[in-house]
Ligand binder design. Structure first.
Ligand code: T4K
Length: 384
């Protein structure tokens, strides 16, 4: 690398999509064109739904156009209203899906170890207006379902999970995420572990809830003419299902690549002061889609933001997910100018986290170069 030139000639993104077997995908697209059936619960969507439900071991998978709409439809179907408790440390879609419908997302703090919603914080926020809790399995690590389910039962609340990151991940008892709470919502966005270009799904073991969501995602149509429910257009298209099915066939390979990359980052960065990757506990399955570095300001001589700037200057587009926390985002500052603002753990974690590129398009040489850059920067800062 000569002075002033970036280490990588082309940007290295966090969230570069993974692609399964191209021939299998193109063949599905070919038969879709032959059928002239492009959307509205077509055969590929139905196959995708069955395959996802079987993979996870749940009764129902209701595929949707994206996870944000899936969260909106699920919260309507569950009858959420008033206030719903969510973590502030999440992608803003979790909160927006509620607020968009006039439901107030009440922001809870997180556990510093798991980065997931802290049940103690949740309990303190329950009021007579609370109708539900939405936990988020951040980085695919499972929420403390036992504690959240206990709270939900005790206070008569609905419990839903945003499992956008968590396809192929399990909780501590080894059960794949998807069967917890009243329902769980996956994202199949291009940047997600399992991608269908755009897409999402609600999975549940509740027959009546699944039935209601099927109506709601299709304007409430029961058949050709009868509209029996309020609804929107939340349908997944056939081409998205074709991609989803193809991705599903590659799950084991993609986990292996992500895990290889994660271990390479871990060994390359070992011993760098104040720099540590978050752990994925051996008792839980994970898809390793997120390589999350925690920068400890007490030990690292260079700050997270300076590291990110330097990485960007070298075409490594590290991300500061989920800075600054939803509670510090403009719409919510305006809407909730009160007590929920100071969430110490969320703020500390959001100040210290950066996510690095992984997936199929990132090789071991790339990882060695990225880690080399980080280590050099830390060493130079220590010598200043
Ligand atoms: N709940 C949670 C907890 C979530 O994390 C998300 C989404 C949702 C709900 C909502 O799910 P969806 O409604 O989207 O199904 C990205 C994703 O867009 C977003 O889906 C995801 N979370 C979030 C964590 O990351 P951004 O704004 O950071 O980045 P974006 O979409 O610009 O993509 C990141 C990078 O990936 C780009 O800089 C370039 C690269 N990229 C992206 C796309 C779309 C590609 O190389 N190719 C592509 O096709 O949100």
């Amino acid at each position: 690398m000569s002075e002033g030139q970036p280490l990588f000639p082309e940007p290295l993104h966090v969230g570069r999509p993974n692609i399964g077997d191209r021939e299998a995908f193109l063949s599905r697209v070919g038969s879709m064109l032959d059928r002239r059936w492009f959307t509205n619960n077509g055969p590929l969507v139905q196959q995708f739904e069955h395959s996802v439900a079987d993979f996870i071991g749940v009764k129902h998978c209701v595929a949707m156009c994206n996870a944000t709409v899936a969260l909106e439809i699920a919260s309507q179907a569950l009858g959420l209203s008033g206030e719903v408790i969510v973590p502030a440390f999440t992608f803003v879609a979790t909160a927006h899906a509620l607020q968009w419908q006039g439901i107030t997302p009440v922001f809870a703090d997180i556990d510093p170890g798991t980065h997931n919603i802290d049940p103690n914080s949740v309990e303190r926020l329950i009021t007579p207006r609370t109708s539900g809790i939405v936990g988020v399995h951040v980085w695919g690590r499972a929420c403390d379902d036992a504690a959240l389910a206990h709270l939900a039962k005790k206070h008569g609340l609905k419990l839903m999970y945003d499992a956008a990151h968590a396809f192929g991940c399990s909780s501590h008892n080894g059960r794949l995420i998807g069967g917890l709470g009243d329902c769980e919502v996956f994202s199949f966005h291009a940047t997600k572990f399992l991608n269908s270009f755009e897409g999402g799904a609600v999975v549940t073991n509740n027959d009546a809830l699944a039935e209601k969501m099927r109506l709601m995602r299709n304007f409430g149509f029961l058949d050709f003419d009868r509209v029996v429910h309020l609804g929107v257009n939340g349908k997944m298209t056939e081409i998205c299902a074709a991609m989803g099915l193809t991705s599903l066939e590659s799950v084991a390979d993609l986990i292996a690549i992500n895990r290889r990359n994660y271990l390479a980052y871990q060994s390359n960065l070992r011993g760098t002061p104040g720099i540590a990757l978050i752990d994925y506990p051996p008792t839980e399955a994970n898809n390793y889609q997120y390589v999350v570095v925690q920068v400890d300001p007490a030990l690292c001589p260079v700050g997270r933001d300076e590291l990110v700037r330097h990485l960007h200057a070298n075409n490594i587009l590290a991300r500061k997910y989920f800075w600054p926390g939803c509670h510090r985002m403009e719409p919510y500052i305006t809407l909730q100018p009160n007590a929920w603002r100071h969430l110490p753990v969320t703020e500390r974690v959001a100040q210290g986290v950066m996510v690095l590129p992984t997936g199929q398009s990132v090789g071991l040489d790339d990882i060695a170069a990225i880690c080399g850059l980080i280590k050099t920067m830390v060493a130079h800062a220590a010598a200043r």
